[in-house]
Write a protein that binds this ligand. Sequence first.
Ligand code: ZN
Length: 79
Amino acid sequence: MRHLPGTERHDELVETLKNFLNAQSSTPATTRYCSRCGSVLRYLPTQFWMEGAENGWNIRLPYCADCHPLPAMKETFVV
Ligand SMILES: [Zn+2]
């Protein structure tokens, strides 16, 4: 099987991303504040799917309702 250039770097990146997503999804939601206006941040449930992966990740992304008043209720990112 031919080894494509850049495949190893891609695998490394995928592993790093998986670790990051696992860490994020297991982190309990804590009260955080907007660095711009100081409002309490809300959490937007977000699904991450990785190509070829069986399971996605449900991650709460913090957002500020004052700085970003109209976020989509649910975004899906495919990486
Ligand atoms: Zn804000």
